[in-house]
Design a protein around this ligand. Sequence first.
Ligand code: AMP
Ligand code: MN
Ligand code: MN
Length: 317
Amino acid sequence: MINNIASVLEGVTTAAIAGHVRPDGDCVGSCMGMYLYLKENYPQIQADVYLEEVPEVFHFIQDIDKAKQEWEDKAYDLFLGFDVSSIDRIGVAGRALETAKMTACIDHHITNKGLAQKNQIVPDASSTCEVLYELLEPEKINKACAEALYTGIVHDTGVFQYSCTGTRTMEIAGQLMAKGIDFTSIIKDSFYTKSYAQNQIMGRTIMESIMLLNQRCIVGYVRQKDMDFYGVTPKDMDGIVNQLQNTRGVEVAIFLYEIGVQEYKVSMRSNGKVDVARVASYFGGGGHVKAAGCTMQGSVFDVVNSLTLDIERQLQE
Ligand code: AMP
Ligand code: MN
Ligand code: MN
């Protein structure tokens, strides 16, 4: 348990901040929120943020250009992991977990067993940004930090829609709005606006989707050659699984995209009856009850068959 961030920062002069591979809004928001908070209130701490390639929609966050993609072989006083549930998902900064004098992890994944020396894991929280907010001193949060934290909350709650959104989430969002952030632009530009190519691949995926298990499961997939045709990359696939899920009568949405020869990244969303974290964990992935993912080998047919076996069982329970 961590009571407040100040207790973790005592005596620290160098810190490495890191999120998970293929960073999403909550990961970027929590890492940058921490970085900007330190910059404002702890100028004596020299902090480095490690983030894999950050999607362009998050480039408005202050100091995002300072994020490092390559590991700098430094011995840090403190390693701070955000929104990351297992060591293998940290990426290049995973090394710091072994070499840093002190390690701490702030997260909200139910599958996180506590990968650091000090852990603050709150599975009921909407987002890692919400968990982090509770550890900060509200009056020390400046506008730039508020923008980063708000972005993370917006993305992990699907703009305050998903059931992970609590009354406390809304209170925190209100406190962050009070810092003068342009919340309309953050929601519109980072969450809803898509490039033309992204809309095209989403449209095509929905058009070619298939309904299984008595119309209770929808499956969409994108092959590498389709991505090449539209000139899109994996980070352009955000939101497709959610759009599939927005189909009346569907309990589970499955979205696959090819990341290697006969290798697919799987994203699953559940409307409540099926625990997709259980399905993903079985295949070496993880996540939340209603949103989870994993990586699987084989053809689309093989992957879908394997996944639907347990989903069908759960639908009958
Ligand atoms: P995604 O479908 O990629 O948006 O991920 C949904 C949720 O599942 C997120 O909370 C991810 O952190 C988690 N997740 C996705 N892929 C994996 C994986 N391979 N291993 C562990 N957790 C994952
Ligand atoms: Mn995340
Ligand atoms: Mn998260």
